[in-house]
Design a protein around this ligand. Structure first.
Ligand SMILES: *Cc1c(COP(=O)(O)O)cnc(C)c1O
Length: 858
């Protein structure tokens, strides 16, 4: 088995695609194509040396190489100093790629052959604008972390011709959308070729035509991101547009995108990386992949589709991201019918019937991609503890009569790739104590690294970072104002917005109702008092896009833009247009306080607040998503502890709390300085935040959790199910059939509960009807005690339910296949709390994830 990111077995790269370099400079090409430069700044000096101006303007080595004059390249090819610099950098890269990495050292390479991470968007940096927001940035951070840790993973996504829109704010404060064209030759991607040296195409059958998908590869350190696009000259004009816009087209286009990503993506994996074991569906968009995988397995192994599902499921992991059922993608049957063949392959009739039974809870309902993903996955996870609980409620209908708390959705809280978000200033003070690989470590060593830096150095780092943000904001604002045709006097004002010594608040996110991006504007007078406080002033930088169809979001943007025109506060509040990764980096590196005000529990996780931690920023956020589990009073600030009867009252209460905390806690702590001018209490909070929160909310921790909770168990199960011609999968399918067939014949008699000193002993007659005793498990069950603690979602009270297995004893006299089951439970709870139930049981199956049958005592 080879590592997933090693060069593809049949695909080679075009030797001179898009770029001709003098031979001595050949190594530049690999350096420029490796997106590691989006987080490792070792190469910056080299690129600057090639062309300082181009580097400053683009910060994109690939564009730089394409634009630098040939004469300049020729000169560099003859410059020994430059060639030595290039050699050193190329050697450093080789060493990074060759290092065994944390994964191989900890688990051994053989533990996992590879993971294919499917996502509709990937946000690695502005050089590859194939993302809209948090989901994509998470996917980008995931790949970078996989590279750093040496986890064998690849990404599978789409190369959009236009991607997500770019935002302009017009003179009236209204958002305008623009879709610049993504020219593949201008992006650090390479076409994947087949063995014959021609471009590899993945083919899909659409009604009356064959869709040809081109394949691109972006290198992310040791990891590869494969991208499919339909813009092939032989496709119909409409089909060429399938991979046009991200989240922009009709329902039909979206379905086609998901077929391309799921079915096309899985074919791509089988063609280029057949060793891949785990298919990770990051959100339900790519769920067709599991049907394609099962279809292909069934053909290859000569087993039925349902048997093949038992194989493919073992190798599938699903992460759900939405906290509301309305957030799931759904397709009307009529539409799916049209593309059934494409989505499900040749034996469409039968497969479709099975797929539909997985993807819906009732006949006639639209096909729900999240349901399909969950039903086809071995392990399903939410993205924070709170979101896990919310997801168990949302997916409950797939597990009829199962208690909500046993719905098989756990969670792995998201994390961010700290090196991508850390400022040069923070890097400069922590690197000497911690080394380049400090973010790959967990809590203990990091704590020492932070302790090694003194208060004065930390505070100076904060000052320099804030200063850099102020400079960057002025430059951006100046460009925006110029671009809108303002007169020079107005443009000149940009030069004096913000102050490098003032407490700086940042707020940037998608402008949509539940994020409440205008909560800070709830009471203008109070906000103005905070900003204008003569002794403890504040300033605020705001950014964010609204989805093109979201009028409410656009109105909220206009409200902020209007506020920034306030004659007294224009220098204290700035709205920056076109929130993207580059702007996010500037913001999270420079602000003192990052504000987040979602309506609970709608923020499934949220990641932007994690990015400020590496830079000594502090969070002030609703107790929602990650902050509900990360917050402690000595680490940051929280609002939302109270629950109001309706949303309007909740908004008012949360806004009031937000102002009060800013006024009474945040400003005093920031401005309370000792004789040396250092805010000791503030620094102490930064220090604790970095030591406690950075390791917990880094993508290093996230990826380790995914490995331990999902990938390693999944790959082990997959191997067992594949062994001996998929014998285990065949046996599991036969078991499933037996249970489906005989389940109705089960019957539980009246239990006899006898009090004992420390609990109960139970004897119960169970009539198994047509079912073999080995196929089921009989349990004595009680709901966990209710908890009314505010942090607990209903039905998710902590504490394990006393649920004990009952052992099969003597046959019930005169009954066919009836037995007395018996057991004891140690408890103080009353007898009425306990019920007997029967569950499917098989040593290889995950119940109820893979078979949600249950029978309760009547
Ligand atoms: C991190 C990030 C996000 C996600 O942040 P949230 O806290 O989930 O809003 C969105 N967009 C960009 C550009 C980001 O960098």
């Amino acid at each position: 088995m080879t590592a997933a990111a090693s060069p593809a077995p049949i695909a080679a790269m075009a030797p001179c695609w898009g770029l001709a370099l003098p031979p001595p400079l050949a190594a530049l090409r690999d350096l420029a194509l490796d997106l590691r430069w989006t987080w490792s700044h070792r190469g910056d000096a080299l690129w600057e040396r090639i062309d300082a101006e181009l580097w400053q303007r683009t910060h994109n080595p690939w564009i730089l190489l394409e634009d630098v004059p040939a004469a300049r390249l020729a000169a560099l090819a003859a410059d020994p100093g430059f060639l030595a610099h290039l050699d050193a950098l190329a050697a450093e890269r080789r060493a990074y790629l060759a290092a065994p990495g944390w994964f191989a050292e900890t688990h051994g390479r053989a533990a996992l052959a590879g993971v294919a991470y499917f996502c509709l968007e990937f946000g690695l940096g502005e050089a590859l604008p194939l993302y809209a927001g948090g989901l994509g940035v998470l996917a980008g951070d995931y790949l970078k972390t996989a590279s750093d840790l040496g986890v064998p993973a690849i990404g599978v996504g789409l190369l959009y011709q236009e991607g997500y829109f770019r935002q302009m704010i017009d003179a009236t404060g209204w958002q305008q959308e623009a879709y610049p064209y993504n020219e593949p030759t201008m992006m650090p991607v390479q076409p994947v070729l087949d063995q014959a040296g021609t471009r590899l195409h993945i083919l899909l059958d659409l009604p009356g035509r064959r869709l040809r998908l081109r394949v691109w590869r972006a290198m992310v350190g040791r990891t590869a991101l494969y991208l499919l696009d339909s813009n092939d000259a032989l496709n119909t004009p409409v089909d060429r547009g399938i991979t046009g816009k991200l989240y922009g087209g009709s329902t039909e286009m979206r379905l086609l995108q998901e077929i391309v990503l799921g079915v096309g993506g899985w074919r791509l994996v089988e063609t280029i990386h057949p060793e891949i074991e785990v298919c990770h569906l990051n959100e339900g968009h790519a769920a067709f992949a599991l049907l394609e995988r099962a279809r292909s397995l069934s053909a290859r192994l000569g087993i039925g589709f349902e048997e093949a599902l038992w194989v493919s499921r073992a190798g599938t992991v699903f992460t759900t991201h939405t906290p509301v059922e309305a957030g799931f993608d759904r397709y009307p049957m009529a539409l799916l019918e049209q593309y059934r063949h494409a989505a499900m392959g040749p034996a469409a009739e039968k497969i479709a019937a099975i797929a539909l039974s997985l993807a819906r809870t009732e006949r006639g309902a639209p096909v729900n991609m999240a349901f399909l993903a969950l039903r086809g996955s071995f392990i399903s996870l939410g993205v924070s503890a709170l979101h896990g609980a919310v997801s168990r409620r949302i997916f409950q209908p797939l597990f009829p009569r199962w208690p909500e708390r046993e719905v098989p959705v756990g969670h792995v809280t998201n994390g961010v790739h700290m090196p991508s978000w850390e400022s040069p200033e923070a890097d400069a003070i922590f690197a000497p104590a911690g080394g380049e690989a400090r973010w790959q470590r967990m809590a203990e060593p990091l704590r020492d690294v932070i302790a090694a830096v003194d208060d004065a150095a930390l505070w100076e780092m904060r000052g320099r970072s804030r200063q850099r943000l102020v400079t960057a904001v002025r430059a951006r604002l100046g460009r925006h104002l110029t671009g809108r045709g303002h007169d020079p006097a107005m443009v000149a004002r940009a030069e004096s917005v913000l102050d490098p010594n003032t407490l700086t608040l940042g707020f940037a996110r998608r402008f949509t109702g539940y994020k409440r991006p205008n909560l800070l504007l709830a009471d203008h007078a109070r906000l103005e008092r905070l900003l204008g406080d003569p002794h403890r002033p504040m300033q605020l930088v705001v950014a964010g896009k609204a989805h093109p169809a979201d009028e409410e979001g656009k109105r909220m943007i206009a409200e902020w833009v209007a506020f920034t025109a306030h004659p007294e506060f224009w220098a204290r509040v700035v709205f920056l247009e076109d929130y993207d990764i580059a702007l996010a980096q500037e913001l999270v590196q420079g602000v003192d306080v990052w504000i987040n005000t979602p309506r609970r529990p709608w923020e499934a996780c949220g990641t932007s607040g994690m990015k400020v931690i590496a830079n000594g920023g502090i969070n002030l956020s609703m107790l929602d998503g990650w902050w509900a589990e990360g917050f402690a009073p000595d680490l940051g600030f929280a609002i939302g502890a109270t629950t109001a009867p309706d949303p309007a009252a909740q908004d008012a209460a949360d806004a009031a709390e937000l102002y009060t905390i800013l006024e009474r806690e945040v400003a005093p702590a920031f401005y309370d300085r000792d004789p040396a001018g250092i805010p000791r209490a503030w620094i102490a909070r930064i220090r604790r935040g970095m030591a406690v929160l950075a390791p917990r909310f880094s993508a290093t921790r996230m990826l380790r959790d995914y490995l331990e909770q999902a990938y390693l168990p999944a790959s082990a199960a997959l191997r067992r199910r594949l062994a001996d011609g998929a014998a285990a999968a065949r046996s599991l399918r036969a078991w499933e059939r037996r249970l489906h067939h005989g389940w109705k014949s089960l019957h539980i008699g009246a239990p006899d509960m006898t009090a004992e000193a420390d609990g109960w002993s139970c004897h119960v007659p169970v009539y198994l009807g047509e079912i073999a005793a080995e196929d089921v498990r009989v349990e004595l069950y009680a709901d966990p005690p209710r908890s009314d603690a505010p942090g607990d979602a209903p039905g998710n009270a902590p504490g394990a339910a006393p649920s004990v297995a009952l052992a099969r004893g003597a046959p019930v006299a005169g009954a066919v296949n009836g037995f007395t089951y018996a057991g004891r439970v140690v408890t103080t709870r009353p007898r009425r709390d306990f019920t007997v139930r029967i569950l499917p049981s098989h040593p290889e199956a995950r119940v109820p994830a893979e078979l949600p049958l249950i029978r309760w005592q009547e």
